[in-house]
Design a protein around this ligand. Structure first.
Ligand code: AKG
Length: 259
């Protein structure tokens, strides 16, 4: 299949890379063609409807907001995850040996007014080396009224925030215990098809979706060094799919090897 009908491949400029290192995030435009975005949403929503159903305020965040391993359900998201423009961008940031470690839909549907408090994505099991990249691609316009992401630019420079966390908490995804200084926090409104990428230590959160008639649907992908290990899981290799280069761990293989 010719992926160029769905994706626009590009490389980050030196100025963009410098800005990423300094501020910890970047907004990437137009890496999806209109057809790519439309097809991706159609495939994602078919999976969402069959697995999830309607938003239910009585259900947990996991039930209402998260569809893990979306690349198992959508062939275009699988291509985007393993062969799309974000792979080139992640390679520029992380290096030549790269694995995909998370693919999920992270939705905050209309009526879901629950906030998601400040946290770092390296709280989803601490990975070493500390250069993994979260990539959020918006399916629609997101802003403060429908629960867009907020970030604190430069907060990645504080490193891993462990204060007050128990050993068990360090092993799973938890919000940070000490409320961060929010004076420099900024909302990150996004346009359909735009991607927000950020460093594994970036502090980010979202408020509730208080709009009456607008969902906030985001595709969440994460890339890490192909040799990244889980610090609080006996330094075992983080499992994931090899997308570039090689891994010293034989269990980290490319997706094709399953076929
Ligand atoms: O869905 C959201 O609003 C926040 C999700 C998020 O930040 C995460 O899963 O790390």
């Amino acid at each position: 299949m010719d992926l160029n009908q769905y994706f626009n491949y590009r490389r980050l400029t030196k100025a963009e890379l410098d800005s990423y290192q300094e501020n910890g995030y970047l907004v990437i435009d137009t890496i999806l063609t209109p057809r790519g975005l439309e097809t991706m949403i159609a495939e994602a929503m078919a999976a969402w409807r069959s697995e999830k159903g309607e938003f239910d305020p009585g259900k947990s965040w996991l039930k209402n907001s998260l569809l893990p391993n979306i690349h198992h359900h959508s062939s275009l998201i699988r291509d985007y995850y393993f062969e799309g423009p974000l792979v080139d961008i992640a390679e520029q940031i992380i290096g030549p040996n790269l694995k995909g470690v998370t693919s999920q839909l992270t939705f905050k549907m209309r009526g879901n007014t629950k906030p998601f408090h400040w946290h770092q994505d390296n709280g989803y099991g601490e990975l070493d080396p500390y250069n993994s990249v979260t990539c959020l691609t918006a399916f629609e316009e997101t802003d403060q009224s429908n629960g867009c992401l907020w970030i604190i630019p430069g907060s990645h420079k504080q490193g891993q925030l462990h204060a007050g966390l128990t050993q068990a908490e360090k092993m799973r995804q938890v919000v940070v215990r000490d409320e961060p200084d929010e004076s420099n926090a900024i909302p990150m409104p996004m346009k359909p098809g735009q991607s927000l990428i950020f460093n594994c230590w970036m502090l980010h959160k979202s408020d509730g979706n208080f709009s009456k008639d607008r969902d906030r649907r985001v595709l969440f992908l994460r890339y890490a060094d192909a040799d990244a290990i889980e610090v609080y899981n006996d330094r075992k290799p983080r499992l994931g799919r090899l997308v570039r280069g090689e891994s010293r761990f034989p269990e980290v293989t490319a997706y094709e090897s399953d076929l």
